[in-house]
Design a protein around this ligand. Structure first.
Ligand code: PMP
Ligand code: GLN
Length: 385
């Protein structure tokens, strides 16, 4: 550049490039098997792609309505009612978003004010705190129980203050793979009853719950649903993370505020994908079959790790498996992930990337949303450790 660019003050001074991008780039550079960033290395259903192509070819290429294509909003409302018994009005209570990341940021910008506090349960997904910071609010980090990695409602209760505007939860949970029980949801409902606190529930892994357990949605409890924004993502459910289509379900009063921001954030989301997804959702089999599909991959991956010195943590849901590596290395988790990528040829994500506090255990996360051949290649390298 010939001329000087004016200096700026960062809105997010502590933020660098996300760990997922960093580890994927490192994996590519070293030809490592990438079990770091969470995305499938296989294609979604060709029928879904055909439905999108057909929508493009038949001329669905202009702006859809701001909150999303009506047929998709109806399909989403129908799916939620069938699975969780809650009836959301497709016109006023469902909005299609550009993935869950946009849904979360828009929800926070719409409902959280400067000076408010938002509780997150740590470890948590890396987009939560920057979104809260951009809203001018303060992130209050409540650690999960260090042994069970489950919510500790006593700690949540202790963190509530007159300034608490919202609590952000995630089930099934990235990175730990735990899923909320009905008792935990009931406990949170009872805790929030006397308050005006909103619940933002990140449920992007809703269809990856194993061993016959059911996904416990915040939207499945009528009382809790009245204060909740439930966020999900088709990228996870249909193996199309690059499409960036998700949605939010919330009572009309909250959704009205959400849409005020959404319309100036993205206005709306690409039309042909929405039409294709609406048609594809007519058949529930693809998402109802997903737990069995990923449970088999989880079991295959865990069986392969059983003979190693990695200690496997439970994995009740998501497509992530956390392991402790204390018997293999004394490196910190970030250094261990770099070494694993560069020297062993397998990329993983350090759990410290999800926490502000120093980790109590040395843990890393592997993504098993991969072809069996990819998992086999990674396992043969990990088994040699
Ligand atoms: N929440 C969680 C817990 C995630 O793991 C992810 C990442 N995929 C997202 C939100 C973002 O989802 P999307 O790709 O639909 O923006
Ligand atoms: N959600 C994915 C994960 O946890 C990553 C998405 C991203 O790269 N931002 O790995």
């Amino acid at each position: 550049m010939t001329f000087e660019t004016p200096a700026v003050t960062s809105r997010l001074p502590a933020v660098g490039t996300t760990i997922f991008t960093v580890m994927s780039a490192l994996a590519t550079r070293h030809g490592a098997v990438n079990l770091g960033q969470g995305f499938p290395d296989f294609e979604g259903d060709p029928a879904l792609v055909d439905a999108v192509v057909e929508a493009m070819r038949s001329g669905h290429n202009q702006y859809p309505p701001m909150p999303g294509v009506p047929a998709l909003r109806s399909a989403i409302a129908g799916k939620i009612e069938a699975l969780h018994g809650t009836r959301y009005d497709a016109d006023s209570e469902i909005t299609v978003t550009a993935g869950a990341t946009q849904a979360l940021l828009t929800a926070i910008l719409a409902l959280v004010h400067p000076g408010d506090e938002v509780i997150v349960l740590e470890p948590c997904y890396d987009s939560y705190e920057p979104a809260i910071t951009l809203a001018g609010a303060r992130t209050v980090r409540v650690p999960l129980d260090p042994v069970t990695l489950r919510v500790d409602l006593n700690r949540v209760a202790a963190a509530l203050s007159p300034r608490t505007r919202a609590i952000l939860i995630n089930t099934p949970h990235n990175p730990t793979g735990t899923v909320w029980t009905v008792e935990e949801r009931n406990g949170l409902r009872d805790l929030l009853r006397p308050t005006g606190v909103l619940l933002i529930s990140d449920e992007v892994y809703e269809h990856m719950v194993f061993d016959g357990q059911a996904h416990v949605s915040a939207g499945g409890d009528a009382e809790l649903a009245a204060r909740s924004l439930v966020v999900s993502s088709f990228g996870k459910t249909f193996h199309v993370t690059g499409w960036k289509v998700g949605y939010v379900a919330a009572p009309a009063a909250l959704m009205a505020e959400f849409r005020k921001v959404h319309q100036f954030n993205v206005f709306t989301v690409n039309t042909p994908m929405q039409i294709g997804l609406a048609r594809y959702l007519a058949d529930p089999a693809p998402y109802l079959d997903l737990p069995a599909f990923y449970q088999r991959k989880r079991d295959f991956f865990r069986a392969g790790l059983a003979s190693t010195r990695f200690e496997l943590l439970p994995c009740e849901g998501t497509y992530f498996q956390c392991v402790a590596y204390e018997q293999i290395s004394s490196l910190d988790d970030e250094a261990f992930c770099r070494w694993l990528t560069e020297s062993v040829g397998v990329a993983a994500i350090p759990l410290s990337a999800f926490s502000a506090q120093a980790p109590t255990r040395r843990l890393v996360r592997f993504c098993f949303a991969k072809q069996d051949a990819t998992l086999t290649a990674a396992l043969s390298r990990l088994q040699a450790l």
